[in-house]
Design a protein around this ligand. Structure first.
Ligand SMILES: Cc1ncc(C[n+]2csc(CCOP(=O)(O)OP(=O)(O)O)c2C)c(N)n1
Ligand SMILES: CC(=O)[C@@H](O)[C@H](O)COP(=O)(O)O
Ligand SMILES: [Mg+2]
Length: 629
């Protein structure tokens, strides 16, 4: 990018350079940083609105803290682009989330300024607490600061960390970046309380009371409170909630006034113990289109900043999320006990239409996957039909709930697992690489993976009909383009579909890998089976394949370890069969960001890669069993 428009920013290759600037220059710098961020993300795509809203905070924090000696920990990390720009990655940010560019989230290996790897929300206070305790133990005298959004604060882990920090009382500053937004509007009682306070009514009363309360505060705290009040133009209110948790509460302050932020942070830096600074910001700040529609600008593809992002055309091919979305509404028409549940992912999970049409049966739990799973269990106990729409990666957070609350009690909850397999730009934190493995080992579960869109709809209907917990996992984006019909028919449970009869080799493919198996089946004259069910497996089909073929090859977009291929091997072992078998899937390593196609190629799960692997293995005709990642 031409840097002539960004003279101040150009001089900052690390935060030490920022700290050399006089404070009076900071408003100019934030203007340049915001503009640079907007133009860069407009070219690259990525998370935008959260970063725009965190520009002043980022500048003020790096200005006041001695980073990286002082620890700055971001929650979720989607707001970290300004931080990356100020910490030596200004040029690289134009390739953010590309295969050869920096990650879209903080990554420890990428920079010493990225103190904690993240992508899933609500971890920052816990991680920062650990760092602050380590520092205290070693008398290092460093400052530790966690920055968490109002969305991130809705998760149990954040509350757990506050509760613990208020007890062990380390030198820990928590900055609450409150923009009243999660990806969609933030929800929850605490959020409503904040919103009420900030809207004026109740807050006005608190202000008067707060002034009286100042008189009763202990000396040093009163002095600080008065100073803070001066600098934030009289906006001090008692944060009873946080104070009950053992935190000193300061704010709310204007999170876009960099001068005020620096002044308040400088004083907070001098203090000790757990303390929280409540900053009010606007998601998308400084770019009118994003301010007006922060949901659309949360994460964007490359776009023209003058024209804004284009609305998706009504004729675009269906994604799997669209298929789920339509099925949910159609099924809700027929089934009055059906509920649609999302842990804060209404847009991404395809629940917008359902929320509009069936508001009384729509539940957004906020970022509370554990609670969402257990609450779905409660609904199921009462004969309701809960459908939990959740990204595969985020269900990981509700795993004990899945086992203890759902599987153990055999409760009929439908898990619509979106973003299964490799997800592309979000990278290692967000891939849905593990769900076959972690779901198939649970008694009572039915585990399905569609080969195409039509089958996805059929499987969702099947999942609702099963008398127990059932999951359907589908990938980000589009499938092969097999349009679903309007029916709500089900599939026979535990039955695979033989798509092609061939000789010698049988390709047993799960979900997204069926397409590659069909192509290769034609080339090799192999039998191709769309397995459909990871659990219960079609044992008869597997036996027949083993008895009538020289070799079996399983294909899945999941870890080989404990995945669907492993399930096939276990079944064969029980049947006393030991055919030559090759497992194709994800090897024992994490996969970085990039395009989904690039990632599939990298891990050898694109058609060419699978072809190479199979030919190589068949050429060597090694003794069974063989695992190949
Ligand atoms: C455990 C988990 N669940 C869901 C998400 C998806 N997610 C990413 S950002 C976000 C909203 C975060 O809101 P907030 O912390 O207030 O940050 P803001 O975008 O408003 O700055 C959500 C739900 C996630 N990253 N991690
Ligand atoms: C930061 C985060 O967790 C989400 O914003 C995520 O990036 C959304 O992913 P999708 O774009 O696949 O909905
Ligand atoms: Mg927010």
């Amino acid at each position: 990018m031409d840097m002539s428009a960004y003279p101040l920013l150009e001089g900052i290759d690390e935060p030490a350079h920022l700290r050399e600037l006089p404070q009076s220059q900071l408003p100019r710098l934030t203007g340049q940083l915001r503009d640079y961020l907007l133009n860069s993300v407009a070219r690259s795509g990525g998370h935008l609105a959260a970063g725009l809203g965190a520009v002043e905070l980022t500048v003020a924090l790096h200005y006041v803290l001695e980073t990286p000696f002082d620890r700055l920990v971001w929650d979720v990390g989607h707001q970290c682009y300004p931080h990356k720009i100020l910490t030596g990655r200004r040029q690289e940010i134009s390739r953010v989330r590309k295969i050869d560019g920096p990650a879209g989230f903080p990554v420890r290996d990428e920079s010493p300024y990225d103190t904690f790897g993240v992508g899933h929300s609500s971890t920052a206070i816990s991680a920062a607490l650990g760092m602050a305790l380590a520092s205290r133990n070693r008398n290092e005298n460093r400052k530790t600061c966690a920055v968490i959004g109002d969305g991130g604060l809705t998760a149990g882990e954040a509350f757990e960390a506050l509760n613990h920090a208020g007890d062990v009382r380390p030198d820990l500053l928590v900055v609450l970046n409150d923009n009243e937004m999660s990806i969609s509007e933030n929800v929850g009682a605490l959020n409503k309380t904040f919103a009420r306070l900030l809207a004026g009514g109740v807050y006005g009363n608190f202000r008067a009371e707060a002034k009286q309360m100042l008189e009763y505060m202990p000396g040093p705290m009163r002095e600080f409170a008065k100073l803070a009040e001066e600098h934030v133009k009289g906006m001090l209110i008692p944060g009873t909630f946080f104070e009950e948790l053992g935190f000193q509460y300061f704010g709310p302050v204007d999170g876009h006034d960099v001068d005020e932020l620096v002044t308040v942070l400088e004083r907070l830096r001098e203090m000790d113990g757990p303390r929280i600074l409540h900053c009010v910001t606007r998601k998308g700040k400084g770019y009118a289109r994003a301010e007006a529609n922060p949901i659309a600008y949360h994460g964007v593809k490359a776009f023209d900043p003058v024209a804004g992002i284009k609305a998706a055309s009504g004729t675009a091919p269906l994604t799997y999320t669209d298929v789920f979305s339509q099925w949910l509404c159609d099924m809700a028409e027929r089934e009055p006990r059906l509920w649609g549940i999302t842990p804060a992912m209404r847009e991404g999970s395809g629940l917008v239409a359902f929320a509009e049409r069936f508001p009384d049966r729509y539940l957004d739990t906020a970022i509370a996957e554990q609670h969402a799973v257990t609450m779905a269990g409660g609904l199921a106990c009462e004969g309701e039909k809960p459908v939990l729409a959740i990204y595969s990666t985020f269900l990981q957070r509700g795993y004990d709930q899945l086992i203890h609350d759902i599987a153990l009690q055999n409760l009929p909850v439908v898990f619509a697992l979106d973003r299964a397999g490799l997800v592309g730009a979000d990278g290692a934190t967000h891939h849905g690489m593990f769900d076959f493995s972690f779901m198939r080992c649970l008694p009572n579960l039915t585990v399905m993976a569609p080969a195409d869109e039509r089958e996805c709809r059929q499987m969702l209907s099947t999942a609702l009909a099963v008398d127990g917990p059932a999951s359907v996992r589908y990938p980000r984006g589009r499938g092969p383009g097999v349009a679903p019909d309007a029916s709500l028919d089900t599939l026979p449970v535990g039955r695979a579909e033989v798509r092609r009869r061939g000789k010698g080799v049988a390709l047993l493919a799960f979900g997204t890998m069926v397409a590659a198996a069909e192509t290769l089946g034609d080339e090799l004259d192999a039998t191709v089976v769309n397995m459909r069910f990871v659990k219960p497996l079609d044992e008869d089909c597997i036996r027949e394949m083993a008895e009538t073929h020289n070799a079996i090859i399983t294909l899945e977009e999941n870890m080989i370890a404990g995945g669907a291929g492993s399930a096939v091997i276990e079944t064969l072992a029980v049947q006393g069969l030991r055919p030559a078998i090759l497992q194709i899937g994800l090897a024992d390593r994490f996969v970085d960001h990039g395009e989904r196609d690039e990632q599939l190629e990298l891990v050898g799960l694109d058609t060419a890669g699978v072809r190479r692997r199979i030919n190589d293995w068949l050429g060597r005709t090694v003794a069974p069993p063989v695992t190949s990642g």
